[in-house]
Design a protein around this ligand. Structure first.
Ligand code: AMP
Length: 177
């Protein structure tokens, strides 16, 4: 049997790309983790390790890289997968949530029938930065009456204090910068 993947190994595989998509941004490229079979499945094991299969009803993933981890986590936990998407991408009736960006604002949406009111949800995205995106996604989950058991991230940029926007449920991240 191969040794369990550690967050140190995941951190070593994450590629930092300076000045992408614009000057001053240190982009955390997770594609080397995805492309390595052991690291990808190990990352899913770590993201889901606190939860027994069957204890989560739905894994909510955030557009777009969050989908990759959330969908894999959902199959591991025997849970459904629910997308939170950027505005105007979902085909059925939606509820929307605005949030502030550095310049301007953005909107995320969820289908109105995506979650049962009593659903137990694991919220997943690839990266927690300022927390605006995941706080907006969390607000949508709560508006549908579901409960957030935990929000899990592969990466957290701690210096941006995103955690402060995520109140009332546990927040976990595998690799912290
Ligand atoms: P925020 O709303 O500021 O927490 O930003 C989180 C979202 O933006 C996540 O969905 C990330 O995929 C993306 N993101 C923000 N900063 C970075 C970064 N430095 N590298 C890669 N993705 C990022």
């Amino acid at each position: 049997m191969t040794a369990p993947v550690t967050s140190v190994e995941i951190e070593a595989a994450i590629r930092n790309v300076p000045d992408f998509p614009k000057p001053g941004i240190q982009f955390k490229d997770i594609t080397p983790v995805l492309g390595d079979a052991r690291l990808f499945s190990g990352a899913i094991d770590l993201l889901t390790e606190k939860h027994a299969p069957g204890s989560i009803d739905a894994v909510v993933g955030i557009d777009a890289r969050g989908f990759i981890f959330a969908a894999a986590a959902a199959t591991q936990l025997k849970a459904g997968f629910v997308p939170v998407r950027k505005k105007s991408k979902l085909p059925f009736t939606t509820i929307e949530q605005d949030y502030a960006l550095e310049y301007g604002h953005a909107t995320v949406a969820i289908h109105t029938d995506a979650l049962k009111p009593d659903a137990k949800v694991l919220l997943i995205d690839d990266l927690l930065a300022t927390g605006g995106t995941s706080a907006a996604a969390a607000a949508l989950v709560l508006k549908l009456g579901a409960t957030i058991v935990e929000a899990s991230f592969l990466i957290e940029l701690k210096f941006l204090n995103g955690r402060e926007k995520l109140n009332g449920f546990p927040v976990r991240s595998l690799v912290v910068y």
